[in-house]
Design a protein around this ligand. Structure first.
Ligand code: PGA
Length: 308
């Protein structure tokens, strides 16, 4: 295989835009020059990378794999560039983070404080669910992931830095609102609105319910964002189980209540996670230390009492 970095760079732009013209504009190339680079890359790899249906361009399965690797290679090169820059004494650099959708309720606050201290830092954040975070770590497309505890055996290093209580939320006029010590048996017949497959919150909720009587607990609906679930719960469509981090505003405005249910909150923790043996720049190391030693005290965890 004799592919060039230039071919990968052109491929990455076409794959990102799924459009040859836009990729050509971004790279200041003509469209035929872009098509030629892609054709040569396809010949080298022996696989078509794109397919065209009507006016639309799609990645083939091989194209999707090449895209994943091209992002990892780009990231490795950026890392190399930074290591070399720091060897020359430069202090600023790029920090790339992949953040669980639920952690995005507090990570921007941390980054605001961190970037005031390190003026030169440029941060690149990808907000996604747990399953995609594990893929980003495996593909080495991120320095750190901020997420729930990762599974064992993936050659990852994970450090806990803060509690993540999952609470049961209901509309403020729900008949169970204000009751204390609600037994789980009273929830039979309730509808639950769950996060999508791949979400850490959903996995923890499912574990809890299967340890406490299985699927007997009501009907379920699925939504793929914390915000959508909060809106649905507020509208009276059912109950939800979400991290208390997502609920600061709604608790303050008394739009939602936390139900006092037996076994709740489900206590999870937030972790800063990276690949074992990853070479870090000074700025990335400073970020890790900052999260481990300061995040907990800088962030105020919303509590159900805030609603009172
Ligand atoms: P998520 O949260 O539900 O947004 O994926 C991450 C986690 O709790 O592990």
């Amino acid at each position: 295989m004799n592919i060039t970095l230039r071919q990968l760079q052109v491929f990455e732009a076409v794959a990102r835009h799924l459009n040859y013209t836009r990729a050509a504009e971004e790279l200041f190339l003509s469209q035929p020059a872009v098509s030629m680079q892609i054709k040569q890359l396809e010949e080298q790899l022996g696989e078509p990378l794109f397919e065209q249906m009507g006016k639309k361009v799609f990645l083939t399965e091989a194209g999707k794999e090449v895209y994943r690797y091209s992002l990892a290679i780009e990231n490795q090169l950026a890392e190399l560039q930074m290591v070399l820059a720091e060897m020359k004494g430069m202090q600023h650099g790029k920090l790339s983070l992949a953040v669980a959708s639920t952690a995005n309720y507090f990570v921007p606050t941390l980054l605001g404080i961190f970037s005031k201290r390190h003026k030169g830092v440029m941060v690149d954040i990808d907000v996604t669910n747990r399953e995609n975070l594990l893929k980003a770590l495996a593909a080495n497309t991120t320095d750190f992931a901020i997420m729930g505890k990762p599974p064992e055996g993936l050659e990852l290093e994970a450090h806990a830095f803060m509690n993540n209580p999952l609470v049961m939320l209901a509309a403020s006029d729900h008949p169970l609102a204000g009751r204390t010590h609600i037994p789980l048996s009273e929830l039979i017949g309730e509808t639950f609105i769950m996060r999508e497959r791949g979400s850490g919150t959903r996995a923890a909720r499912e574990r809890f319910f299967s340890e406490h009587g299985g699927t007997a607990f009501g009907k379920t609906m699925e939504m793929n964002s914390n915000e959508a679930i909060k809106q649905a719960v507020q509208a009276g469509l059912g109950l939800g189980v979400l991290s208390i981090h997502t609920m600061e505003l709604e608790l303050m405005l008394k739009r939602l209540v936390v139900l006092n249910v037996e076994g709740f909150p489900i206590m999870r923790h937030w972790y800063i996670v990276h690949r074992q043996g990853k070479r870090f720049t000074t700025i990335a190391l400073a970020f890790k230390e900052f999260v481990l030693h300061e995040a907990q005290s800088l962030l105020r965890l919303p509590t159900a009492e805030n609603a009172a």
